[in-house]
Structures are given as structure tokens and as C-alpha cells.
Design a protein around this ligand. Structure first.
Ligand code: ADP
Length: 622
């Protein structure tokens, strides 16, 4: 319950995180790019200045053509000046664009890197809640929206404001009377804009959210394509995806209708404005209050403002879009994992209690400490998964794992066996009770140290889509080929790897799909052999391997288990027969413990398991 409360308060505090804090964080992203930003700002100011001066000179030019008082020389001078201005205008607008976009790219590179680090440093409970597709979206589209926001949109926004202010100042100077006439339409436009923005704000965010959901569905379907195919649910997944896309489309349709009406309305307003200006300005010219050139400049500046305002309103929508993205990215960037991946000033070696920081470098040989005994114990551990707080998975669980001894866990599925393995690696912390390594609570240890001393061979080992060699070396990338071959030999993998056309350079395919179950397991065993952990956690495959493969895996495992602290989730009779202690788990408690022979005699749950063939005979014991 405490956990649920914590989650709720987490959610609340993230809701309460003010938009201002998010905004500050977002702008803070620019701090590393001050040099490029300064270049960009200089370019913006110069470019805006030049842009603003052009209509003025055009007006002058027209006046000089009309009056022709000062002759052709003034005309040529003005044309020359305009030519130089146009040249500078293009150069500075180009520079402005270059510096802004480069700044944007640099920011997004840093942001993605930081975001990815934050994501993979989160505790495992975080991944129970957040789907892969959702997190991929954070990294790709959200990061991209933010990139645009902090640079291009901010720049466009600033430029529009600068231009509009500049134009208004010039318009006042040209003719304040004419400006007042022009401003008559402003209240009408303002009311229209407010109504429009209200309508559109929520809608555009909904569209974003629906698109995000759709891409999560796509991601999930593609990564689980084998399950989808074998259940023949392709159509269902496609429909599911299309439903979301269509919903987004329907909203986008409303959004577009609104945007189209607004654009049309704005154009109408601009047209009326120009008409008013020309009509009133025309009379002023006739009355001699204004020159033709000045009127021309005035019309051009009015057009300039209209353009700035319409670009500015576009930027506003980009900001609305960015609000959602900022919130999502910010909540990850600022989330502090409940179990950090490593922490400073924590005990590194339980037998050598000193404050010490583990080096970042995996290559450090002495992290696997030979003075450690590798004794693990559960002390009255109770645990429920954070996502399902109400259901107790382990209750007052006690178990000792002793170096050199093999403990086998058996029991019906859902009893809590895999949970034990996860708690030992500190993927989660117990709700009550504690787990010790050589007598020290594992919460006191640096989690990285703990995990470096534990080897895990799971039912379905996960491999990366690289070569066999790279996969074996993943456990310890400083080793040379000789050590890789030796580990593969001990894991009974050398022979089959050599038979591949490319030997150790053979690519295993995404997630190792090109290897058989038994082959994958032997690669995982080779990894564990290289890692030389004090403690070994095994999850035996439930799926039957062919007997040849099974025998090879079994022999490799026996070699690997020698002299280590071993906990094995057993599915095979031969494993339990060889174990020093067998524990039967049911509903999160150990209900029977003893050796195979003792337990069979007890006539209890263990006997039933053997009889129901939940522990399968294997090639060795046949
Ligand atoms: P076993 O390994 O004995 O089959 P597990 O330890 O996998 O059992 O599961 C014990 C219980 O915990 C089951 O009810 C299972 O549904 C639940 N469980 C396992 N993993 C999670 C998880 N990540 N989030 C929520 N519940 C889980």
C-alpha cells in the first residue's frame, strides 16, 4: 500500500511540476550552445534590421521616380543602396538559418543522449509501466519536437516580435493617423483568434497523443511478430492501428477546418485593412499630407506585419504541440530511479566494508572479488510488484544459498520462482524483510558490484543482433579471442559455432533468431563462464530441447556451477536429483524443503509435482 501511495504521490508531483519548471529546463537545453546561439542572435538582429529597412527604401525610390527633382543620379544611388541591402539581406538570412539549425541539431543530439541514458537507468518497475514503443516515441518524435521548439520556433517567434515592433514604430513615424485607421480591424481579429486558439489547443494535443499510441501499437506488433503470426492476429493488429490513426485523422480534420477558416478570416481582415489604408491613405496623398512613396512604404510595412503575425501564430501552435512533448520528456529526465544502477559511497565488497566508488570501466578485473564468499540469504522477505500492489508474490520468504551448493526451486508456475531471481539481482526491493550477501543487506551494496558478481542464464537468453563472438564477449569485452574460444569450448558451443560458415563472425540475427534454443543457451553459458561470477542464477528451459542438445547444455551447466553459489529454477528431474537442496514454492512461500529423496518420501506437494510430470524426465535419467 505504501508503494501505491508512493506511486500516487509521484504522479501528483509530476502533475504539479509547473509548466514554468519545464519551460526553464527546456530553455536550459540551450546553455551548452551559447556560442552558436550568439552567432544566431547577431544574424537575427542584423537580418531583421535589413528586412525592415527595405520597404522604406522602396518608398523613397518611388518618390524619387515621381518627383524626378534631383534627377537620375539619386535614382541610381537608391537602386544601388537597395541592391547592397538585398545582398546583405540574403547573406544574413542565410547565416541566421545556418546557425539556428546547427544549434538545433546539436541540442537534439545531446538531448537524445541524455534521455536514452535516463531511460535505461530507470528501475525495472519503470519498464513494467512504460511500453517500449512509448519510450521509443520519447526518443524520436518528442525529442524532435523539442529540438524545433527550442531553436527554430523560438527564433521565428523572436523574429516575428522584433519585426512587428519595428514595423509599428516605423508606421507611427510614417503616419500615425493611417496606423489608427488600420488598427480598427484589430479587435475583430483578436476576438477571432482567441476563439480559434481555445478550440484548437486541446485538439492538437489529442492528435499528438493518438499518433503516439498508434506508433506504440506498431512497435509492439512488429517486435512480437512471431506471436501475432502464430495467433493469426494480423488483421486485428492492423485494425487496432488503423482505428487510432483514423481517430487522429478525424481530429486533424476538425483542426484543419478550423485552421482553414482562420486563415481565410485573417486574409479577409488583411484585405479590409489594405483597402482602408489605400482609401484613407489615398485621400491623404491627394491632400498632400503624404507622398506616394510613403503610402507605398506604409502598405508594404502593413503587409510585413501581417506576414509576421501569421508566421507567429504558426509558432504558437508549434509551442502547443511542444507542451505535451516537454511534459513527457521532462518527466523522464527528472525521474529519479528508486534503485539506481550504481551509487557512490556505497559498500563495494561486503567483506571489506569501505566507502569506495566503482569505476565506470567494465574492464576492471578486481571488481569480481575473490575474497567474497557469495553467501546469499532471504530474511522474511515479502514482496509484491509495484504495478500490482495488492497481490503478494512472496510472503515471509526465507532461504539461504551457500557457496558451492546448488539450491533448486520447483513449483507450479506463478509461485514466485522467477521473482526470487529478480530480487537477488535487485531489480526490485522487498516490501519488508531483506536480502543479504555475505551478511550485508544488498541495499547497502553498490548495485553494479552486486550484478557483476551474479551470472544469469535464463530460459530464453537474449542475444544482440551481432556476431557470436561479440555476443559471448558482451559479458566481458576486454578478453581476447583465445579466452572467447576457451569459454565456448567449456560451454560446449565451440563445435557448433565452428560449423557455421562464418564461424565466430556469424551474425545471430535480431534477438538471436538464427540460433536454436539449445545453441542460444550455450552462448549464454559461455558468457557466464567469461564473467566468472561467484553466484549463478539459472532458469532451466521448460521447452524440450532435443536430447543431444540437452545433454550438451546440461554438461556445460554442470561445469559452470562448480564451486559457485547456485540457485536454479528447475524443470528437469536430473537437476533436482543433483541439487543439494530442493525447495518447493507455492503461492510465494516455501512449503517443502529437503533433498529429492527426502521429499519424495514425504508424500507431499513435491511428490505430486513429480507425478504430474511437472518435472520432466530427461535424456540422462531415462
Ligand atoms: P514463477 O517463476 O514461479 O512462475 P513468477 O515469479 O514469475 O512465478 O510470478 C509470480 C507472480 O508474480 C505471478 O502471479 C505473476 O503474474 C506475477 N508477476 C511476475 N512478474 C510480474 C511483473 N513484472 N509485474 C507484475 N506481476 C508480475
Amino acid at each position: 500500500d505504501e508503494k501505491i501511495k508512493k506511486d500516487q504521490s509521484d504522479a501528483k508531483s509530476s502533475n504539479n511540476t509547473t509548466t514554468r519548471a519545464q519551460f526553464r529546463w527546456l530553455i536550459g537545453q540551450c546553455r551548452h550552445e551559447l556560442l552558436y546561439m550568439s552567432f544566431a542572435i547577431i544574424a537575427i538582429i542584423v537580418a531583421s534590421g535589413i528586412n525592415l529597412s527595405i520597404p522604406f527604401f522602396v518608398g523613397k525610390l518611388i518618390d524619387s521616380i515621381q518627383t524626378l527633382v534631383k534627377g537620375k543620379s539619386e535614382l541610381y544611388l537608391l537602386v544601388g543602396t537597395l541592391g547592397i541591402l538585398v545582398l546583405f539581406m540574403s547573406v544574413f538570412n542565410g547565416l541566421r538559418h545556418y546557425f539556428i539549425v546547427i544549434t538545433a541539431e546539436r541540442i537534439v543530439v545531446r538531448l537524445r543522449g541524455e534521455l536514452f541514458r535516463k531511460v535505461i537507468e530507470q528501475d525495472i518497475a519503470f519498464f513494467d509501466v512504460h511500453k517500449t514503443g512509448e519510450l521509443m516515441n520519447r526518443l524520436s518524435s518528442d525529442a524532435d519536437v523539442l529540438r524545433m521548439t527550442v531553436t527554430v520556433n523560438v527564433e521565428t517567434g523572436i523574429r516575428c516580435i522584433l519585426d512587428s515592433i519595428g514595423c509599428i514604430v516605423i508606421l507611427v513615424a510614417l503616419s500615425w493617423k493611417l496606423l489608427l485607421i488600420m488598427l480598427l480591424v484589430v479587435p475583430v481579429v483578436a476576438v477571432g483568434a482567441v476563439i480559434y486558439l481555445r478550440f484548437v489547443g486541446g485538439l492538437s494535443r489529442d492528435v499528438q497523443d493518438e499518433l503516439a499510441t498508434a506508433s506504440e501499437i506498431a512497435q509492439e506488433t512488429i517486435s512480437n511478430i512471431r506471436s501475432v503470426r502464430s495467433l493469426a492476429k494480423e488483421n486485428k493488429q492492423v485494425r487496432f492501428y488503423e482505428d487510432n490513426i483514423n481517430q487522429a485523422y478525424n481530429r486533424a480534420k476538425h483542426l484543419t477546418l478550423a485552421a482553414a477558416s482562420f486563415t481565410g478570416g485573417m486574409m479577409l481582415a488583411a484585405g479590409i485593412c489594405i483597402l482602408l489604408v489605400v482609401a484613407y491613405g489615398g485621400t491623404m496623398v491627394l491632400n498632400g499630407e503624404l507622398s506616394t512613396g510613403q503610402l507605398t512604404s506604409f502598405v508594404l510595412y502593413s503587409g510585413f506585419i501581417a506576414m509576421s503575425l501569421s508566421t507567429g501564430s504558426g509558432v504558437y501552435f508549434e509551442f502547443l504541440k511542444a507542451l505535451g512533448a516537454t511534459e513527457r520528456v521532462y518527466s523522464i529526465i527528472t525521474r529519479i530511479p528508486t534503485i539506481p544502477i550504481s551509487h557512490e559511497n556505497k559498500i563495494v565488497n561486503p567483506n571489506d566494508i569501505v566507502n569506495h566508488v566503482i569505476s565506470e570501466d567494465d574492464s576492471d578485473e578486481d571488481e569480481i572479488d575473490s575474497t567474497m564468499r557469495g553467501e546469499l540469504s532471504f530474511h522474511d522477505v515479502s514482496f509484491s510488484y509495484p504495478t500490482r500492489g495488492e497481490k503478494k508474490v512472496l510472503t515471509d520468504f526465507n532461504l539461504d544459498l551457500i557457496p558451492g551448493k546448488v539450491v533448486a526451486l520447483v513449483g507450479e508456475s506463478g509461485g514466485g520462482k522467477s521473482t526470487c531471481i529478480q530480487l537477488l539481482q535487485r531489480f526490485y526491493d522487498p516490501d519488508s524483510g531483506y536480502i543479504t550477501l555475505d551478511g550485508v543487506d544488498i541495499k547497502e551494496l553498490d548495485p553494479t558490484f552486486l550484478r557483476k558478481n551474479i551470472g544469469v542464464v535464463s530460459q530464453e537468453p537474449f542475444l544482440f543482433g551481432t556476431s557470436v563472438r561479440e555476443n559471448i564477449k558482451y559479458a566481458k569485452d576486454t578478453v581476447g579471442d583465445d579466452q572467447v574460444f576457451e569459454a565456448a569450448r567449456q560451454a560446449n558451443a565451440h563445435q557448433f559455432i565452428q560449423q557455421f560458415p562464418n564461424g565466430y563472425d556469424t551474425l545471430v540475427g535480431e534477438r538471436g533468431t538464427q540460433l536454436s534454443g539449445g545453441q542460444k543457451q550455450r552462448v549464454a553459458i559461455a558468457q557466464a563462464i567469461l564473467k566468472k561470477p561467484k553466484i549463478l542464477l539459472l532458469d532451466e528451459a521448460t521447452s524440450a530441447l532435443d536430447s543431444e542438445s540437452e545433454h550438451l547444455v546440461q554438461m556445460a551447466l554442470e561445469r559452470l556451477m562448480k564451486g559457485r553459489t547456485v540457485l536454479v529454477i528447475a524443470h528437469r528431474l536430473s537437476t533436482v536429483k543433483n541439487a543439494d537442496l530442493v525447495c518447493v514454492i507455492s503461492k510465494g512461500r516455501i512449503v517443502e524443503r529437503g533433498t529429492h529423496n527426502e521429499l519424495v518420501k514425504q508424500n507431499g506437494m513435491y511428490k505430486q509435482l513429480v507425478e504430474k510430470q511437472l518435472l520432466s524426465e530427461d535424456s540422462q535419467s531415462k
